[in-house]
Design a binder for this molecule. Structure first.
Ligand SMILES: *Cc1c(COP(=O)(O)O)cnc(C)c1O
Length: 406
């Protein structure tokens, strides 16, 4: 099947909503820009020429399709066939580039002359700066001043790639403030600027568009597992920050009732401590960055500070489609602590020779529980696909510090 047909099979959010979630909770001044983007996405999504260009770059520049790897030693240990969808092998080392390529091609179609983006840990900033260089577009990245200090290496990468990095001093000086600042830039420069959001968050059409662009993960995995195992998976597991790698893996399987889907959030130091990022497990319904979903709030109802050992899961919101999947029960959401993630990272390193990102390690830490659960209902379960969202190089300092402290 061609990409345009595969994409056409994915659901379109009605009136910009997934059930009660999503929508466009933005200032009046942003509406023209959002309406223009939504219209452009509707056309591009159904245009084979758009997908030819995106697929060409994903193949030649990113190195897709990414491999679906049968982890035999881990499978023997767990008692189920475990397959990893290797997004860590992409250029720049994670899934984020898939989305950036798609949005950059759209920006060029819309004749936008400038890319802006928000970033927390800097991974999305690096991916955006990368495609900006590839397309020869000027690029400005908004990053909380706190994060600029914490993620100095990624700031240097962005600058080397030619991007300007703005340290945002307002609020808590982290990701949510960077996103507010990027939205402000967009309002001021709507005519020539494209705002490239990094996850399935933000106002409609972003959660929809980013899910479609990341669905390449699940579309490939579906073909690959049918070829490798001759059947659909029993389950898919992926970590959830904003929810883009999970949404991209899950979306092409959502209609297959026999495929169980599991998202894994960051429980940080434990949900009971209040220091975590498990938005779906412990948050409330609310509005953040233009969309209605679950959000983490403190006792005064203010957006809370999220915590996770993995900077990429450290977001007090989550994509609205996940909120709808949670509500309908189609996807089950688990949470794993910082320590669980560290242990899983070590286990995967020793059993398969793969150093995954700390974000990914949360999904790896849930494999045992998922397999055990599935084995209760059938003694001979099908394969389990785990989204390996990124490689661990960026996390080696954190991991070394934590191991040293044990
Ligand atoms: C950013 C990131 C995540 C979390 O983002 P999602 O939108 O939830 O996918 C997960 N893994 C890696 C490697 C990341 O860089």
């Amino acid at each position: 099947m061609s990409t345009v047909d595969e994409i056409a099979a994915l659901p379109i959010p009605e009136r910009g909503r997934f059930g009660e979630f999503g929508g466009q909770y933005v200032a009046e001044t942003l509406m023209p820009a959002i309406t223009e983007l939504e219209a452009a996405w509707r056309v591009a999504r159904g245009d084979a020429k758009y997908w030819d260009e995106v697929d060409g770059l994903l193949a030649d520049y990113v190195g897709r399709p990414s491999r679906l790897y049968h982890a035999k030693r881990l499978s023997a240990d767990i008692g189920a066939a475990i397959y990893f969808k290797r997004e860590d092998l992409n250029h720049t080392g994670a899934h984020k580039i898939n989305n950036c390529i798609g949005q950059a091609v759209l920006a060029r179609r819309m004749r936008k002359k400038r890319l802006i983006a928000e970033t927390g840990a800097g991974q999305h900033g690096v991916a955006t700066a990368t495609v900006a260089a590839l397309f020869g577009l000027p690029c400005e990245i908004y990053m909380g001043a706190e994060d600029v200090v914490r993620q100095a290496l990624n700031v240097e990468r962005m600058r080397l790639l030619g991007a300007t990095v703005h340290a945002v001093e307002s609020g808590t000086r982290t990701l949510k403030d960077a996103m507010n600042e990027a939205l402000r830039d967009w309002v001021t420069n709507v005519g020539d600027t494209f705002y490239l959001i990094g996850s399935v968050a933000g106002p409609h059409p972003y959660p929809w568009m980013v899910r479609d662009l990341q669905s390449v993960i699940g579309r490939e995995a579906r073909t690959q597992i049918l070829a490798a195992a001759g059947r659909l998976p029993a389950a898919c597991i992926a970590c959830v920050g904003g929810g883009s790698n999970a949404g991209g893996l899950f979306a092409p399987f959502v209609e297959d009732a026999a495929v169980a889907l599991y998202g894994v959030e960051a429980a940080g130091e434990g949900i009971g401590t209040g220091r975590h990022a498990a938005t779906l497990a412990a948050g409330r319904v609310g509005v953040l960055h233009g969309s209605k979903s679950y959000v983490l709030v403190d006792r005064d109802g203010q957006i809370a500070h999220a915590h996770s050992i993995s900077a990429g899961l450290d977001y007090p919101g989550v994509g609205p489609e996940h909120a709808a999947w949670k509500q309908s029960g189609r996807v089950r959401y688990l949470a794993r602590t910082d320590n669980d993630a560290l242990e899983a990272l070590e286990r995967l390193a020793r059993s398969e020779g793969i150093l995954c990102a700390l974000e990914t390690a949360h999904a790896v830490a849930a494999i045992d529980e998922v397999a055990k659960h599935l084995l209760l209902s059938a003694p001979n379960i099908g394969p389990i696909i785990v989204g390996l969202s990124g490689r661990g190089d960026k996390d080696m300092t954190t991991v070394a510090q934590r191991r040293g402290a044990r």
